[in-house]
Write a protein that binds this ligand. Structure first.
Ligand SMILES: Nc1ncnc2c1ncn2[C@@H]1O[C@H](COP(=O)(O)OP(=O)(O)OP(=O)(O)O)[C@@H](O)[C@H]1O
Length: 643
């Protein structure tokens, strides 16, 4: 591609971006947009009117002073100049207010588009694609900067009507007074200066966009430093110095291309355009002087043309009401559009008019020859996985860290699609099911479940959002998760907000949060979910709470197809069937007794844990605080590193 095609392409892209911004008018509101346009025209016409009125005054003042003309000959143009000035002030203030209104409306619309695109896919693959994340990061970041949003770009685009109307007005003035050649020369100078200004800004914005990934990292580091999430670890691990240095490095790497391009972007064009501009303006001023000296133009015309030339020079400069806003706002709009397009590439056609999930209340699940690797990964996580999960029974998945247990669940929940093979529910490929409907049939307690900064009721009720007002169901789920007493003691009971960032809000302990997640999944079961997945559901529970949970486990999950993932083999043995995964394949399966009798890897892992339990108990007997209860905790030593 040649430089010129690149430039043409860039100009075309810039024009297309402007067009897309202009097409946002329905979101901005036709009425408000029309008002802003009229005010823009006013802001363009009034300065020209002011210049004309002042020039007429200047032309008439001498005869009035000499007493050869009536004073009223001056008052009228002076009054007109005053009116134009006041009108201009009012139009400016009104346009700012209307611009704010337009901005807010358009940005609300853009946020809605962004949210809709973010939530548009049932799979989560696109939200892990770095290129898609860059667009989302750009769009979200610019939208948070109120003056660089698509809304600001829209208001800024309309505000351009003002200065460009002035350009037309003053150019006409120059044409009338000095002739068309001078008008063309002045217009060329103005447009050249503007091109220089906007071109520099455009190139700068492009360079900034090219380092989107670095800017995302620097935002992440800033968030780490300033947010509460990492506050504890940063201090305890002494990471504050490292973080400061790292932020500085990323910041410098972000700015390096800008600095490298600075001369090309700003200095050279500035010098070139200034020289050309000075020559043009000098020629027009020289022509003005000669006409005045030849008495070809009178005092009023001289005053008028000088004002017009000065105004045009000023109009060749940066427009603070429009330029930054349009450039960065267009970038944000482009990022939102690119993000929408990227997400639409991932849209699942399967979700339009596909099969309804099987009606059974406890389906059987089959993985057949399933291969899956995360996008960009060199090795598959699951490779030729064959697994039958019996209907209405509890199947436990065990295996070392990274064996692929959670990945298997994500495929079952259709958060990803297998690269090969199929996942079937009662014989129906989940790829043929409506992802939306199928996902509603699965209740999952994820390892990294979400702590919503909302009320307790919402945190539990989100298991079946259309039943949020089922208070009895929420209480029942909380009771089953062993949490009801704690929740009822909260200041506003089930309406207490679970975040200290809000007045009256509270935070819960890690274990209490985990029970909330369990209650959420149980609530989903009460309202139609048929498969329950528990991924390390008791990792944060204390020994007694865990024992209580598993004591009621059979009752809680009765008649449901349940998948339990846990490293605590003492819990796992309750399952009807235990499946040992290794490197994405099933290596052993059977009941606890069967697997122990086989004497394979499960048996080794179990014996190892039991051994540690015995050792720890002996240690506890030998000297540990007998009331501490740590012997029980040790009983649940985990499988990490045992595979
Ligand atoms: N979102 C992701 N993108 C890329 N790779 C991933 C992603 N999630 C998991 N992996 C990789 O897939 C592999 C299997 O991860 P998975 O979470 O399924 O293991 P697991 O058996 O559940 O482990 P654990 O017992 O630690 O929970 C790991 O090597 C992990 O690095």
């Amino acid at each position: 591609m040649t430089a010129s095609t690149t430039r043409v392409g860039q100009l075309r892209a810039a024009a297309a971006a402007r067009l897309r911004i202009a097409r946002l008018w329905p979101a901005a509101g036709a009425g408000w947009s029309a008002v802003a346009l009229l005010l823009g025209v006013g802001r363009g016409v009034l300065p020209v009117g002011f210049a004309i009125a002042v020039s007429v005054t200047v032309g008439r003042i001498a005869p009035v002073l000499r007493g050869t003309a009536d004073q009223s000959r001056v008052w009228w143009p002076l009054a007109a100049a005053g009116a134009a000035l006041i009108g201009l002030q009012l139009a400016e203030a009104a346009q700012k207010a209307v611009g704010e209104q337009l901005s807010r409306r358009v940005d609300g619309h853009m946020y809605r588009r962004l949210i809709a695109a973010s939530l548009s896919t049932r799979e989560i693959t696109p939200l892990e694609d770095p290129a898609v994340l860059d667009e989302l990061g750009e769009a979200g970041h610019e939208l948070r900067f109120a003056f660089r949003t698509p809304g600001a770009a829209y208001a800024g685009l309309i505000a351009l009507v003002g200065p460009y109307t002035q350009v037309v007005g003053f150019t006409v003035v120059v044409a009338v007074v000095l002739g068309p050649a001078a008008a063309v020369a002045m217009l060329a100078v103005v447009l050249l200066f503007r091109h220089g200004q906007r071109g520099g800004l455009r190139r700068y914005a492009r360079v900034i966009r090219d380092v989107a990934a670095l800017r995302r990292e620097s935002r992440y580091l800033r968030g780490l430093a300033m947010g509460p999430a990492a506050a504890k670890e940063l201090r305890v691990f002494g990471l504050t110095g490292w973080l400061t240095d790292r932020y500085r490095q990323v910041y410098l790497r972000t700015l390096a291309p800008v600095w490298a391009e600075r001369r090309r972007i700003y200095l050279r064009p500035y010098l070139a355009y200034t020289v050309v501009g000075l020559v043009g303006v000098g020629a027009v001023l020289a022509l003005t002087g000669r006409r005045a000296a030849d008495a070809a133009i009178d005092l009023a015309a001289l005053a008028l043309v000088l004002q017009a030339v000065m105004a045009l020079i000023r109009l060749g400069e940066f427009y603070p009401d429009s330029d930054t806003q349009t450039q960065y706002g267009m970038n944000a709009e482009t990022a939102v559009t690119a993000f929408e397009q990227a997400m639409s590439r991932y849209a699942e056609p399967a979700d339009t008019g596909s099969t309804a999930p099987p009606g059974s209340t406890a389906p059987a699940i089959d993985f057949t020859g399933v291969r899956f690797g995360y996008p960009g990964a060199t090795r598959p996580v699951l490779d030729g996985l064959d697994l039958h999960i019996a209907a209405g029974r509890c199947t436990a998945l065990v295996g070392v860290n990274g064996a692929g247990k959670t990945t298997l669940v994500k495929l079952l929940a259709r958060l990803y699609s297998p690269d090969a093979g199929a996942v079937r529910v009662d014989g129906v490929d989940v790829a043929d099911l409506s992802a939306r409907d199928w996902q509603r049939r699965i209740a999952v307690v994820f390892q990294d479940f979400v702590r919503y900064e909302l009320s307790v009721a919402a945190n539990i009720g989100f298991g079946a959002v259309e039943h949020l007002d089922d208070r009895a169901g929420i209480r029942r789920a909380a009771q089953a998760a062993g949490l009801l007493d704690t929740l009822e003691a909260l200041p506003d009971g089930l309406d207490t907000v679970l975040s200290r960032a809000y007045a009256g809000g509270v935070d819960l302990s890690g274990g209490q949060w985990q029970r909330i997640a369990i209650a959420r999944a149980l609530f989903a079961l009460y309202h139609g979910s048929t498969v329950l997945v528990l991924d390390e559901p008791t990792a944060a529970l204390d020994v007694r709470a865990e024992a209580e949970f598993f004591a009621r486990f059979a009752e809680l999950t009765r008649g449901r197809t349940t998948i339990l993932i846990s490293h605590r083999l003492s819990s796992v043995r309750l399952a009807d069937r235990i499946v040992l995964l290794d490197r994405g394949r099933v290596v052993e399966q059977g009941s606890h007794d069967e697997l122990m009798a086989t004497g394979g890897r499960y048996a080794t892992m179990f014996t190892l844990q039991a051994q540690r339990f015995t050792d720890d108990e002996a240690d506890a007997d030998a000297g540990a605080d007998p009331d501490s209860g740590t012997g029980g905790a040790a009983a649940d030593a985990r499988t990490q590193g045992t595979g």
